[in-house]
Design a protein around this ligand. Structure first.
Ligand code: VG1
Ligand code: CO
Length: 543
């Protein structure tokens, strides 16, 4: 068994974005591209002798090839054990759960999440630390620095691992344990939720559709919803993971989960609908003829957490990303618990969860989760909703409307302009920010500007500072517009415009968000010149 040291040349641009390194598959296929990044990571991690690494991915094209390479490199770099999801599969939340349960040193997750897959699609890699949390910025920056000077990497010259064969395989001094990707995760879910109650709900004729979008959650949803909780076969749609996700865009929103949305708005719609993304960490919640925004969903989970076994002892606090609506803030205030506001990206919740400052967290981008793992968790959110529905015996729409009546409605929408020219996008942001000093107290369509800033965050636990996290414009009535450039795309730039206003008038509350936000949408365009600069009349995606 021979360790090969292969000389290589550094690539520029191996910089992690909001969630790991994401590039076109063709970029990863360049000679030594993946190896460089993995060796840079191992160099930064330092001594890994005797340690355990968790490894798996969302099953997209290039997953198994990357897994073979990484396992052989881990062996050559001194890891003692790899816990590997069977067939190379592990959803992002399941990987986080496995890292925690077996007290691994860390994990490598191969995924580009909701980005399309296949030969012409995207691929990605990210590292999670021993708490199960995505690597903090300090670590990802050190890895990036290392990729710029890397000269060689180490790999063990051995035949491929049998990825489908459960149990132990030895490569050199590394023991590779192929594990069932669902089992540990399913057990964790059973500890948190009342499965008997949910089983009764399905027995009573409650109809649900879960759209796995041909991605990773198919295997988890079949097991949990149909096999364990007794939902009828057919509840899970598109449940077989495919390497190209069936050519689709596994992003659970109103645009990309079109089939599911149609079903939930049809005449004989099921009671409940949900979808997840490529790597299983996102969720979309739908009721019969009703859509719950992720921000409202987070607020509702927090307000109803006492109904759920795993959270019956109360929540220490909650956290949301900055652009997420302030609906959860109102619930936190009523519960008299702190609410933290973090930059976009799950890695910023890690410290709050570890320090027990927050129990539930969420992002407007269809991400919700809790201290059970250190990633957002799609199926967890779906089971949480099922548990609430089983206890409250009301429809999704009734629960949502009652919530608005009690707390008021934070009317919310995000407008994405995808694939715009990077230069134009950057200029738009720079110009908008430079206008800030002149905007204060000015009024646009009846909205008076109270503050504008570039969001920066000081972590309350380790006091690290993250700057440049999005431009915020706040109005005197509590409405907000936030502008951000995406950090997960692989082509051009994506401008995200987040719009929020607050409505307490019950007769207005049930109106369409786009109608209620119409004036604010025009103000956003007026302030940033979106249409003239990008040449786009409409956003690509509205959620
Ligand atoms: C997007 C979302 C962010 C999320 C991130 C990773 O980032 O806005 O809230 O944490 O994706 O999610 P950005 O930088 O493109 O806005 V996932 O499911 O792609 O891992
Ligand atoms: Co994801």
């Amino acid at each position: 068994m021979q360790i090969k040291t292969v000389s290589t040349q550094a690539y520029s641009g191996q910089k992690a974005g909001t969630s790991g390194l994401r590039k076109k598959v063709t970029v990863f296929q360049q000679p030594h591209y993946l190896e460089n990044f993995v060796q840079a990571l191992f160099n930064v991690l330092g001594d890994v002798q005797g340690k355990t690494l968790v490894l798996g991915g969302d099953g997209r094209y290039y997953n198994t090839i990357a897994i073979q390479t990484i396992a052989k490199m881990a062996a050559a770099n001194g890891f003692a054990r790899i816990l590997l999801g069977q067939n190379g599969l592990l959803s992002t939340p399941a990987a986080s759960a496995v890292i925690r349960k077996y007290q691994a040193f860390g994990g490598i997750i191969l995924s580009a999440s909701h980005n399309p897959a296949g030969k012409d699609g995207d691929f990605g890699i990210k590292y999670n630390v021993s708490s199960g949390s995505p690597a903090p910025e300090k670590l990802t920056e050190a890895v990036y620095a290392e990729t710029q000077t890397i000269k060689n990497y180490r790999i063990l010259d051995v035949p491929d691992i049998a990825l489908n064969q459960l149990g132990n395989q030895q490569i050199g001094s590394l023991s590779v344990e192929v594990i069932d990707p669902v089992e540990d995760y399913a057990q964790l879910m059973a500890n948190l939720f009342d499965f008997d109650k949910i089983r009764q709900l399905f027995q009573s004729g409650f109809a649900m559709r879960f759209d796995a979008m041909h991605a990773i959650t198919g295997i988890y949803a079949h097991h949990l919803l149909e096999q364990t909780l007794g939902a009828p076969t057919g509840t899970v749609m598109n449940g077989t993971p495919l390497e190209d996700f069936g050519g689709g865009h596994p992003d659970p929103n109103l645009t990309y989960a079109e089939d599911l949305v149609k079903q939930l708005y049809s005449d004989n719609a099921p009671h409940f609908g949900a979808a997840s993304d490529g790597d299983g960490d996102r969720n979309m919640i739908l009721g019969r003829h009703c859509f719950v925004t992720p921000s409202d969903s987070l607020a509702i989970l927090v307000a109803n957490a006492h109904h759920v076994k795993g959270y019956q002892n109360g929540l220490t606090g909650v956290a949301r990303s900055m652009p997420t609506s302030m609906a959860v803030d109102r619930v936190a205030q009523a519960l008299n618990i702190p609410c933290y506001e973090t930059p976009t990206g799950w890695k910023f919740f890690g410290n709050l969860l570890d320090a027990n400052k927050a129990t539930l967290c969420g992002e407007e981008s269809f991400g919700t989760g809790s201290n059970h793992v250190r990633e957002k968790d799609g199926l967890w959110a779906v089971l949480f909703w099922l548990n609430i529905l089983a206890v409250r015996q009301q429809s999704v729409a009734e629960i949502l409307h009652e919530h608005w009546q009690q707390y008021g409605r934070n009317v919310y929408s995000r407008h994405d302009y995808e694939g715009i020219d990077s230069q134009i996008a950057k200029q738009l942001m720079t110009d908008l920010q430079s206008k800030f000093p002149t905007l204060l107290q000015q009024t646009f369509k009846g909205y008076q500007i109270a503050f504008c800033d570039d969001f920066s965050y000081t972590d309350p636990v380790d006091h690290s500072i993250s700057t440049g996290q999005g431009l915020r414009i706040g109005f005197t009535d509590g409405s907000r517009i936030v502008f951000r450039l995406s950090g997960t795309g692989t082509e051009g730039a994506t401008l995200r415009v987040y719009l929020e206003s607050y409505c307490t008038e019950p007769s207005l509350q049930t109106q369409d968000a786009q109608t209620l936000l119409a004036d604010l949408i025009q103000v956003a365009d007026q302030l940033a010149g979106i249409k003239t600069r990008t040449g786009r009349e409409q956003p690509t995606v509205i959620t």
